[in-house]
Design a protein around this ligand. Sequence first.
Ligand code: OFO
Length: 165
Amino acid sequence: MLSKSIETAINNQIKVEADSSQIYLAMASWAEVQGFEGIATFMYNQSDEERMHMLKLVKYANQRGGNAKIPNVIEPVLDCSSFKALFTQLYEHEVMVSQSINNLVHVSLGEKDYATHNFLQWYVSEQIEEEATARTILDKINLIGDDKGGLYLFDNDMKNFSGNQ
Ligand code: OFO
């Protein structure tokens, strides 16, 4: 049985994952309208992954006798002034998600809820990957700058990136 404080902390994380899914969806739609098919595909896939992260938490909370709360959807505010700005926002968002997962791990240990602690290890590993992916992409964008040819190749590259996820 989940304690009230763990239930609340999981519900907070459910919202973080739901917001992440919305942010990636907004980025996907923006990239699609701009004609960047590869980036759009990557973002759509990420959005689906974040929804899956949210669902896992919903099911876990309910399975442990808690009550998962389904949050409102937010309208994401994107910085589309440049690709660099957009991917910096993405990277910073993932760092924030990792911190949020770490907090949750901390709360579960404090409460000696080892089942939740064990369940969260999957998220800890997932965040290592997601942060690394975001950092790799940002490094590439920094190399390309505003070069149109480079962006074209980068967009193509992103299709494969999505395939590897
Ligand atoms: Fe990338 O946020 Fe989920 O865990």
